[in-house]
Design a protein around this ligand. Structure first.
Ligand SMILES: *Cc1c(COP(=O)(O)O)cnc(C)c1O
Length: 376
């Protein structure tokens, strides 16, 4: 059996090596390394896949969030509501832009932003909400969008972990993750569900004006060459990454299916074990499992990790510390106890190996080893 890894990028590459290499060779031969044809081709392929009007490729997922917030024209002091249980990027860009991050708690079941908590956090200074579709399942967008509409707030979706997943509205309409709010953001970091071989990201929107603003801001605030209408940044996807992504996009649905199959194997094995709470699924959203994260119930987490590690099974804790208790955000004056659900999650979550190359044999070994420890 091959060594079990959290993410197996090499195994995935081996299967599509010829196509990837051919795409890269084309970039080398044309020497169009930046803003080349490959970037535009990939952009159109992704627009079609997502069913969204505009995809604007950028340098990484964090830039996507920053450029999105800049395009909304928010001013220093404007409040942006975002969950405290997530990767730091969301709060980071809010803070960097001089906006005020307002953190809120999440739902224990889904790990995602609590709509009730958002409602309570709205003030006259609130201008935007940034929900994160954590681990691959969409936040509950229908009530969140209704709330945003009620208060005239913008919604920027962090779809860095959820590309490809669908959300269903009560009128039967379905939309892809990242294509429901005003702007959606994703990352093509190698370990994401659609990962490139370096850094990359993209912004999605159905609004023409916002698309123009995002495009200009990501390109030094320039619309006509060397005429700068606003302060921008330099953030672009390069042609080599676009060539890789163009190939991998064709397989994204297969990759999602492989992740969902692995998740169902975990689910089945853990179903009758009360020490393990498997990830809950919402009827409104599909789950694309960027991570498979269980909640431990009366299990010594470090003991379990050590037990698995000895057997060559890696695990990760996403995330060990909620944003409101991070040193960098001390000035926001949050304290322990402010967001009890997120704090509880940080103590009990454990992410197991999850990728497109997991075999039945590997999953059998992982689940057997987990059960061995928690049921002892
Ligand atoms: C990965 C990730 C980001 C940042 O993406 P980068 O490409 O690494 O900048 C932002 N938000 C979430 C939820 C992520 O998982």
């Amino acid at each position: 059996m091959d060594r079990i890894q959290m993410v197996d990028l090499k195994g995935q590459y081996e299967k599509i090596k010829n196509e990837i290499n051919a795409g890269l060779q084309e970039v080398f031969d044309t020497a169009a390394f930046v803003k080349g044809g490959k970037v535009t081709e990939f952009q159109h392929d992704l627009e079609e896949y997502l069913g969204v009007k505009h995809v604007i490729p950028v340098g990484n997922g964090t830039d996507a969030l920053q450029v999105a917030l800049m395009a909304l024209g928010l001013k220093p002091g404007d409040e942006v509501i975002t969950p405290t249980f997530t990767f730091v990027a969301t709060a980071e860009v809010v803070a960097l832009l001089g906006l005020t991050p307002v953190l809120v708690d999440v739902d224990f079941d889904t790990f995602n932003i609590s709509v009730d908590a958002v409602r309570k956090a709205i003030t006259p200074r609130t201008k935007a909400i940034v929900p994160v579709h954590l681990f691959g399942q969409n936040a509950d967008m229908e009530p969140l969008l209704a709330l945003a509409e009620e208060y005239g707030l913008k919604v920027v979706e962090d779809a860095c972990q959820s590309i490809g997943s669908f959300y269903s509205f009560s009128d039967g309409r379905r939309a892809r993750s990242g294509c429901m709010g005003d702007i959606g953001c994703t990352s093509f970091f190698p370990s994401k569900n659609l990962g490139c071989y370096g850094d990359g990201g993209a912004v999605f929107t159905n609004h023409d004006e916002l698309a123009d603003a995002v495009r200009a801001i990501a390109n030094h605030g320039m619309t006509v060459r060397y005429y700068h209408d606003r302060v921008g940044v330099n953030s672009r996807l390069d042609s080599m990454q676009a060539a890789v992504l163009q190939v991998k996009l064709k397989y994204l649905d297969d990759y999602v299916a492989a992740r969902q199959w692995a998740a169902s194997c975990y689910d089945k094995a853990f179903a009758d074990t009360e020490q393990l709470i498997v990830p809950s699924r919402m009827s409104q959203s599909t789950h694309v499992f960027n991570q498979y994260t269980v909640k431990l119930n009366n299990v010594d987490r470090e003991g379990l990790r050590e037990h698995l590690n000895k057997k060559g099974i890696p695990t990760m804790i996403y995330y060990p510390v909620p944003l409101h208790l991070q040193k960098a955000y001390k000035s926001m004056r949050y304290k322990a106890g402010d967001f009890p659900v997120a704090e509880r999650l940080c103590r009990c979550v454990l992410s197991l190996p999850m990728h497109t190359e997991l075999t039945g044999e590997q999953l059998e070994k992982i689940t057997r080893s987990v059960l061995e420890y928690v049921e002892k």
